[in-house]
Ligand binder design. Structure first.
Ligand code: PLP
Length: 193
């Protein structure tokens, strides 16, 4: 019997997903080769990645003004890549500290430049999402964590900010419909299913 698993990490997937994945591992599209045995530059494999990118955009209702990137290093690498890409020289970024992973993002970003924590619930054991802050155009970007995996708090309504909106959606991406076009950068670790 198939067991259920309520893990905030890898959780259960539909059986059809395993079926399709295992078929592709044995013989991909009748090629006589496994998906793991064909070149990552072959048209067959490029088509798999193109489809995976298109599905993400379709699910998020995003147009061609957005790019979907599959990157190595998980969400944690984005803690560093985000400021490396978005923080200007002498610029600053605004972060909310709402849990273990938000704090991790802040710690990494501080290695790159000036970070202001504009809202925090740390003193109250991360038991709520802070709301009483404003983020002006003097910030290069604003960073938030949509779902605080370890504390179980989730942003229900996202703030309006006057700068770029960045969000770590690792533990609730694709779990609800949002206006994703409000965001300038969304990242998520893929290990959570
Ligand atoms: C909200 C959040 N951000 C970041 C991470 C780290 O992700 P990764 O393991 O892909 O670096 C996790 C959990 O693993 C998470 O729950």
């Amino acid at each position: 019997m198939k067991k259920h698993n309520f893990s905030a990490g890898p959780s259960i997937l539909p059986q059809e997903v395993f079926q399709k994945a295992s078929e592709a591992i044995l013989d991909f599209n009748g090629m006589g080769l496994s998906l793991l045995e064909i070149s990552h530059r072959s048209k067959e494999f490029v088509a798999v990645m193109d489809e995976a990118r298109a599905i993400v955009k379709r699910l998020m209702n995003l147009g061609d003004d957005y790019e979907v990137l599959y990157l190595q290093g998980g969400a944690s690498l984005q803690f560093l890549m985000t400021p490396m890409n978005l923080l200007t020289e002498n610029g600053k970024a605004a972060y909310t500290d709402t849990g273990t992973w938000a704090a991790g993002a802040i710690k990494e970003a501080k290695k790159v430049g000036n970070i202001d924590v504009v809202g925090s619930s740390k003193e109250d054991n991360y038991s709520y999402i802070p709301k009483d802050y404003k983020v002006g155009a003097d910030y290069d970007y604003f960073h938030c964590t949509s779902n605080n995996t370890i504390y179980g708090t989730q942003i229900k309504s996202f703030p309006e900010v006057d700068t770029l909106m960045v969000c770590d959606m690792s533990s609730d991406i694709f779990s609800r419909q949002l206006d994703f076009s409000k965001f300038d950068l969304i990242y998520a670790g893929a290990q959570k299913n």
